[in-house]
Design a protein around this ligand. Structure first.
Ligand code: G1P
Length: 900
């Protein structure tokens, strides 16, 4: 029997006794406001930011030992007590006896409903949890049914501990910060308003009130309250067997005040007699708001079951509509997993890489690399906002081609580093153009390249190697000219600066310096001599793509010269002798960086596009040739791969010696993606990846072989146990990018294998032990870790749409070039994807009745809304931008493609 059963095509699933599996949690959030996580026993936490945690912050290891979270109790008069979420000492113990509650969780995008049935008491409860769309509060609706044939008297008590402060205080001054709590009971609930936000560098006046409110399902207010932990659990008590539940303990009435205690939103409702088969309902609301707001008014919207259910429906519809991509691959279960994968980029837009139990690092904001990559997926789902995001985010680039590393929540808000450590990730400058290119292809909007925006400026200078002593906060965080003006450059200029500076920033093997790390954050101990061949390949590919894009701009717009920062001319040196000499390249780069260190001259230059393109192409060709000639490793049989790195002793990191095969996937991915690897080399790489990196048990292609060495001259990854995270796990993000690269070069079968094994591993619940979606990585046993917030999801979705279904834009034209394998059609040979393109809804149907493999097959004809599409060549269908623009926007259009 399957553990996860889908009940619709929107990802809604059911799972029996989910509490029997460790580490499961769902995200619950609003479009803004609260970001929560919730486990099958209602554990997890809730917060709006690092400094405003409503519920106590949890990491993955707290999920099984921290029971101080959401709960709802029934004291069954004369019989005992029962928790609707199984979080009681008795129910914990009963899980391992024949008395375990029957439980089933039903969950969808941003909501869950837990059903539990007690064998001992004959009570059943459905507990529905979600966050309101505006993110102002968590809602918990509890519906309790008496399944016995006798009336039953219960005392209902809801309890949600209120942490009400910064995550930093989880250990740092935990007790002292509880002394700041001012707690008050009101007609419907409990409010906690700390006096100060504790911070030894300067305490701030606190402006936030945290609340837990409750009512019966028809709006009656509670009877009494236990607002402090002491009162609720009692001396020597615990949240699993609280005194106020165990015994008939008098509570506080509305209008009472308490100070300096740990708080809990424990709410006792009036005794209730439930007749046989009768259902009674209770509502618990928990949230936070500015302290001057009236909590009573805010929560007043959800006092009755009807109001709560209406909001639940709004929430469900909202998130389903957001994920406006549907796959029909002939396997409904896979399609539902893909739904969750498409939802994941939206989750990372909301949560960043912080704020879910595995993601217990960071303080919010969004990392530079992740943000740009998630933009890829958002471009396909929420395109309207992406242009603004792109232009704004280029404002995070420094004039030396490095960038602020964290992007705040407001447009144009950048932070140099979350821990104020000066670092340069050498891959960062690669990603923005990747996203911009997709944007231009999807929309045909080449004008975006000519939008003007600022450059980020701070103390850090000379590509992280020095400090600009002349800079201070009065100067501000925007680059200025010698005349003191804020300097604006085009998006294109930002792109050129990023990629050209990278070209010159090489180490002694003439490959780009690793600096703080590249995509692999854990290669972080080779600042001096480390080099990343992997990303040298990636940048070479970028330079070619930039040139291609500019040639198109010239063709379409007739623009043949562009205006750039005068100093940038330095970076346009084009000289093979210079290219061959790593020292000279560094010197040139430093002279450029020095020239702009504090301010730019303010002058600009006009450069012909043709000259820039040639220049970029020469550079790219030189880089690729250098890599092909110097980095190839053969395994002596049919395998081979590129050395992807140099360590801090300047030694190549990868090798193939008997008994010591050191191969890393990253270098191969970018060699393939950029076109550095020739066809024969790609074949050899695939052979080697299958031989040395593929591991069926772990669920796919590992990130690297086991070096069996703690390489402190390369990075912390070698300190991780082998097979975990960046040290050789099946790391989904890189695996998916491997698939993407293979599809790009026409290695479809190979690419399919990568995608398929990843999804199969995730779907094999017995091993992956995870809710639907793709995790950051699978460990040695195939368990999925770091759910939801991973770049793997964006790339998975992107690859499915643009490579597998082959649906993509080319300068605004709508192009469909299917590369589906026979297994990706239903029994009739049909496959479908529904999505939006250029503001129009499309159902794309691919008919391949003989299920021919890509390569054997050709597109014979295509129809758009039953009208023949003229432009069908080989394997692709093209509908010009103008034709798309003429389509009506009030209906969904159908494109049918016939493959024979
Ligand atoms: C995570 C980080 C990403 C980093 C990667 C490898 O990957 O978010 O920035 O590049 O680890 O260190 P993700 O799972 O998001 O793909």
């Amino acid at each position: 029997m399957k553990n996860i059963d889908f009940i619709d095509k929107y990802g809604t699933f059911r799972i029996k006794n989910p509490e029997n599996y460790s580490g499961l949690y769902l995200p619950l959030a609003g479009e803004k406001g609260l970001k929560s996580s919730i486990t099958p026993t209602l554990g997890g936490d809730s917060k709006t930011s690092q400094n405003t945690f409503l519920l106590e912050p949890v990491s993955i290891e707290n999920l099984h030992n921290n029971k101080g979270t959401r709960n709802f109790w029934c004291r069954i008069v004369g019989k005992g007590f029962w928790s609707v979420c199984g979080s009681s000492a008795q129910q914990e113990a009963d899980r391992f006896t024949g008395n375990q509650d029957e439980s089933e969780l039903e969950a969808g995008l941003m909501w869950q409903k837990l059903h539990r049935a007690s064998k001992i008491y004959g009570l059943e409860a459905d507990t529905t949890s979600f966050v309101t769309l505006d993110g102002s509060m968590e809602v918990m609706l509890v519906e309790i049914t008496n399944k016995t044939d006798e009336a039953m008297e219960i005392v209902p008590i809801g309890a949600i501990p209120i942490y009400g402060r910064s995550a930093d205080n989880i250990r740092d001054h935990r007790h002292v910060t509880s002394l700041l709590h001012r707690i008050e009971t009101t007609q419907y609930g409990i409010e906690v308003t700390p006096v100060l936000s504790f911070d030894e560098r300067g305490h701030r006046k606190n402006d936030i009130s945290y609340f837990v409110y409750g009512s019966s399902g028809n709006g009656e207010s509670p009877e009494s309250f236990y607002p402090t932990v002491e009162q609720f659990i009692g001396e020597g008590g615990s949240f699993l067997i609280p005194e106020a539940v165990r015994t008939e303990k008098a509570g506080a009435k509305a209008g009472e005040k308490f100070q300096g205690k740990e708080a809990v939103g424990a709410i006792k409702f009036a005794n209730r007699i439930i007749k046989p088969l009768e259902t009674v309902s209770y509502i618990m609301l928990a949230g936070l708001t500015e302290k001057e707001n009236d909590v009573n008014a805010i929560t007043g919207r959800y006092r009755s079951v009807l109001e709560v259910k209406e909001e639940l429906n709004t929430v469900k519809k909202h998130w389903i509509d957001k994920v406006n991509i549907d796959f029909e691959t002939g396997n409904a279960e896979e399609d539902n997993y893909l739904k969750w994968i498409c939802f994941q980029p939206i989750l990372r837009r909301i949560y960043g890489c912080s704020f879910l139990p595995h993601h217990d690092y960071g303080k919010g904001g969004r990392g530079w690399r992740d943000l740009w990559q998630d933009c890829l997926a958002l471009l396909l789902m929420e395109p309207s906002d992406v242009r603004r995001m792109i232009v704004n985010n280029y404002g995070g680039v420094r004039i030396d081609g490095t960038n602020a590393t964290i992007i705040g929540n407001e447009p144009g808000e950048f932070i140099a580093d979350r821990n104020n450590i000066t670092r340069v990730w050498m891959d960062h400058a690669f990603w923005p153009f990747v996203t911009t290119k997709l944007y231009i292809d999807q929309t045909g909007d080449t004008d975006v390249l000519f939008e003007h925006t600022t450059y980020f400026k701070d103390y850090q200078s000379m590509r992280g190697t020095s400090h600009d002593e002349a800079w201070n906060t009065t100067y501000g965080n925007k680059q200025r000219t010698a005349g003191g003006q804020i300097y604006f450059g085009t998006v294109l200029e930002h792109i050129l600066i990023q990629n050209l500076c990278a070209f010159y920033d090489v180490g002694e093997h003439n490959e780009m310096k690793l600096h703080g790390a590249d995509w692999n954050d854990a290669l972080d101990m080779a600042w001096d001599k480390g080099e990343s061949v992997a990303f040298t390949c990636a940048y070479a590919g970028n330079l070619l793509d930039i040139a291609k894009c500019l040639r198109n701009v010239e063709k379409i717009s007739g623009i043949n010269r562009i205006e750039v920062l005068d100093e940038l001319k330095l970076l346009l040196a084009d000289d093979e002798i210079l290219y061959n000499c790593h020292d000279k390249k560094q010197d040139l780069l430093m002279s450029y960086a020095k020239a702009c260190e504090n301010c730019t001259s303010g002058g600009t230059a006009l450069i012909p596009i043709a000259a820039i393109c040639e220049n970029l192409e020469h550079k790219a060709e030189w880089m690729m040739k250098n890599i092909r000639e110097n980095e190839w490793i053969s395994d002596g049989t049919d395998g081979g791969w590129f050395n992807g790195y140099y360590d801090n002793n300047g030694r190549p990191v990868e090798r193939c010696e008997s008994g010591d095969v050191r191969m890393m996937l990253t270098g191969q991915v970018f060699a393939i993606m950029s076109g550095t690897a020739k066809k024969e080399q790609i074949k050899a790489i695939c052979n080697s990846a299958d031989k040395y990196l593929f591991d069926q048990k772990a669920g796919g292609y590992r990130l690297n072989t086991d070096f069996k060495e703690e390489k402190f001259d390369l990075g912390r990854m070698f300190g991780f146990a082998y097979g975990e995270k960046e040290n050789g796990a099946v790391f989904s993000h890189m695996a998916v990018m491997y698939a993407n690269a293979l599809y790009k070069q026409g290695f479809i079968k190979e690419g399919y294998k990568v995608l398929k094994t990843l999804l199969d591993t995730a779907m094999d619940f017995d091993r992956s032990r995870m809710y639907p979606g793709v995790p950051e990585y699978f460990d040695n046993d195939g368990r999925g870790l770091y759910s939801y917030l991973t770049g793997a999801a964006s790339w998975y979705m992107l690859t499915m749409i643009t490579s597998v279904y082959g649906v993509h834009g080319e300068l605004g034209d709508f192009v469909i070039e299917p590369a589906l394998m026979p297994q990706q059609y239903n029994e009739k040979g049909d496959a479908k994807v529904s999505l939006e393109f250029a503001g129009h809804g499309f159902d794309i149907l691919v008919h391949n009745p003989d299920k021919l493999e890509p390569g054997e097959a050709h597109v014979k004809r295509a129809l758009c809304d039953d009208v023949k599409v003229e432009n069908v060549t080989g394997n692709s269908v093209r509908i010009p931008k103008q034709a798309i623009e003429m389509l009506s926007t009030d209906k969904c259009h159908t494109v049918e493609i016939y493959i024979e």
